[in-house]
Structure formats: C-alpha cells, structure tokens
Design a protein around this ligand. Sequence first.
Ligand code: IPM
Ligand code: SF4
Length: 465
Amino acid sequence: MSRGTLFDKVWERHQVAILPGGQTQLFIGLHLIHEVTSPQAFAMLRERGLSVLFPERTVATVDHIVPTENRQRPFLDALAEEMIVTLEKNCQDFGIQLYNIGSGNQGVVHVIAPELGLTQPGMTIACGDSHTSTHGAFGAIALGIGTSQVRDVLATQTLAVSKLKVRKIQVDGDLAAGVYAKDVILHIIRTLGVKAGVGYAYEYTGSTIASLNMEERMTICNMSIEGGARCGYINPDQTTYDYLRNRPYAPVDWQPAVSRWQSLASDPDAIYDDEVRFNAQGIAPTVTWGITPGQGIGVDERVPQLAELPATERDLAAEAYQYMGVTPGQAIAGLPVEVCFIGSCTNGRITDLREAARVAQGRQVRAGVKAFVVPGSEPVKRQAEAEGLHEVFLAAGFEWREPGCSMCLAMNPDQLQGRQVSASSSNRNFKGRQGSAAGRTLLMSPAMVVAAAVTGRVTDVRELL
Ligand SMILES: CC(C)[C@H](C(=O)O)[C@@H](O)C(=O)O
Ligand code: SF4
C-alpha cells in the first residue's frame, strides 16, 4: 500500500530519470500552448531541425492578444495579427490541434482544457504560462514553464524540474453568502504571503474545498502561483468525475479511469512537509488594496497602518500606499472605481457569470463607470447566452464581449487609461498590469465586481444579496 500524497504518486509515475544535477526528468502528459510563449520555442526547434515528438499531446489556443470586440481578420493590431498567424503556421507545420477563434472552443487556455476534458486527474500538465496551476483542481500536477522549457516539452515531451515539497492547506466550514472561492484564496495568500509557496506544491483540502464545484476549485488552484507555489491541487472526488464525464476528451473506458484516479488521491496518512489550517467562517469578501495579491483585506476592514504590518512588509506597503493613492487606516469600502472587469482564467467561467448576473439582475451600472464581461471561452459564452445571462448584463449596462484574457493583462485593446481604478475579477494587481503604467487594480470576486459596478465604489456584496 502506498502512503503518499497525490503529488508524490503522480510525480513518481512520470519520472523518466534523475538528472545528474538532481532534477527530475518528468514526462509531460499534456502540453498546452498559446500565442505569447510559443513562437520562440518553435523557432528554436526549427533552428535545430527538430520536430515535435508527440504532436497529439500538445493543444493550442489563442487568448492573450485576441480582441474582444472586433475579431475580424486581419486584426486591427498588426502585432496581434502576426502573433496569431505565427501560431497558426506552427500548429499546421507541426501537426498540433489549434482551437482557433470561431472553432467553438477558443478561449483562455486554462478555461478550455478542462472544458474539453483534456485536463484529467493524475496527469502531468505543462504550459508556458504561470497560471497553469489552475489544472491542479482536477488532481493533476500542472506546472507553468518558460519558453525554453516549452521547446524542451515540444522536442522531448519531458521537462527537467526540481521536485517540490507539499504544503497541506486545510479549509473547513461553510462559506457565508457573498463569500466565494476567490475570497478563500485571497484570504490564504493574504495570510501566508506571496512568497510562502516558493518551493512548494499546495494541496487544498478540508470540508470547504470538498464543497466547491470544479470552477471554484479552479479559482483556488489558479492563484496558487500568486502565493508563490509553482502548482496547487485538489484530490479528485465525485465532483471531479461528474464534471469530466462525457467531455470530448474524457476517457471512453470510464470506470477503469475513475478507479485509477481514485488510487492516486493522497492517502489519509500521507506525510506533508508542512500543514496549515483555515476556518471558512472567518473569511469575508476580500479586496486587494495594494500592488500584490497578498495585500488584501476584508471589505469591512481598513487599509493597514505600517505599524500593524510585519517589518518585512512595510517597504512594499509604503510603495503600495503611494501607487494606489490610499491612506493607511482608510476604509476600503467606498473607494471609487472607474472600470469593472469580469473575466479571466480565475473567474471567467459559467458559474462565475451566473453569480455575477444574479447580483446584476435588476440593477444598473453607475453612470460614468465602464463595466464589461468577457467570457473565458466560446463554450462559456454560448452557455451564458443560452441561459440569458448576457441579457441580464446588457440590461444592467455591462458590455458583453468575445472570449480572451482581455483586461486581465491588457495585451489587447482592453486597457485602463491613466490612473483609472479597476475592480477586477482577475488574479494580478501588479503596477501597470492592466494596460496603463499608472493604472490601479483592485482584485475581488465577480459578485463583488458587480457590486462595485452598480454603486461606483467598493461595496460589500452581502448588502446586495
Ligand atoms: C503571458 C504569460 C506568459 C503570463 C503568465 O505566465 O502568466 C500571463 O498569462 C499572465 O497572466 O501574466
Ligand atoms: S486570463 Fe490573465 S492570468 Fe489567465 S492566462 Fe490570461 S493573462 Fe494570464
């Protein structure tokens, strides 16, 4: 009988060799690519006359640079057009499946792979994108990699990588109304810090996590990287299997697959390198006030004073006060916002949009506020439209866009202007993240973004439920 974590078991099953330097050569079951981090990798293959070893194990989509309004080709932005043409050519030349615009499955890479059933428990997954940690929601070991590693995976289907330690993060108890998976992960990062996860995989467990649906689990695992962890995962259970069943790439031989997946879950007596516990009852709707995802507070709290912070966090807090234009001790509720963005691989899925629409129903976006919804993928958009969610958003004064990363990092026309403040359902609030060098980002749940949109200020969504 094995006595290990899912991480250990999956790692062991994919270990090809221990390299002389101590790293593991890890077999990668599924490789996902997008237009930003793949061009150079393919260029390096071409230079060396190499081919893609297992083209059927790589799947591509376009997400970062695609416009969300006018998607007519060629794109108005010549650089964006060049990037998509390059990806199209690379996929064609090397025999890689590309879920392009209009394919019915295009979208943010971390949204589409689970939707297609490509992401499965027990897999090793790599993608040239830090938020690859998202796929861990299914009990996969999913690693974000750099461009030279994208080349390595294309050429060899393996990766040289150091083994991680595992921290068990147990969250128990019921979430209050108006408190979501996004608040749980912002709370965890706020508590542990943005660097605590360095060298670790985060295993999320406990009754709160078990009660979450797959979209919510993805929100949690997605932001593992913002807590410093290279990957995060949740042991597969019935919720996982129910989500995957009958998806296009789900195993045809279903029962044996489920049995195998079950055997990979962490054993009850598995040994962890570290363990921490949280109580869901102590979590409020959480909003970031600063310039890292760790600078978050409950919506009913005040921006911390320097003296309240550990010495190691004070310099960054001082920098954040200045950049964000907030005063220590100021209540975060009531802070005016100008742009409201719902979308991204953190919170652009169907259950996010349902919850956002529930809050938007019968309300109006405040005059002067620009608010828009960007579904995470073409299937999310179709599903939302089938349910009439787009009509709720449009009636409330939100724009309803086409799928992509959009203003999460603003590599397309969706950008903040000047010092605008955004309420954003995305995952990073770094300086200049949303397209303007001075733009300011407040991270929060999609429901909280709607609350901000209809009031024009940071507002506790619990008051609107
Ligand atoms: C463009 C890409 C390399 C980047 C990432 O690695 O995460 C982006 O997706 C992001 O969210 O910042
Ligand atoms: S939605 Fe944002 S975080 Fe996710 S892959 Fe795109 S840019 Fe990165």
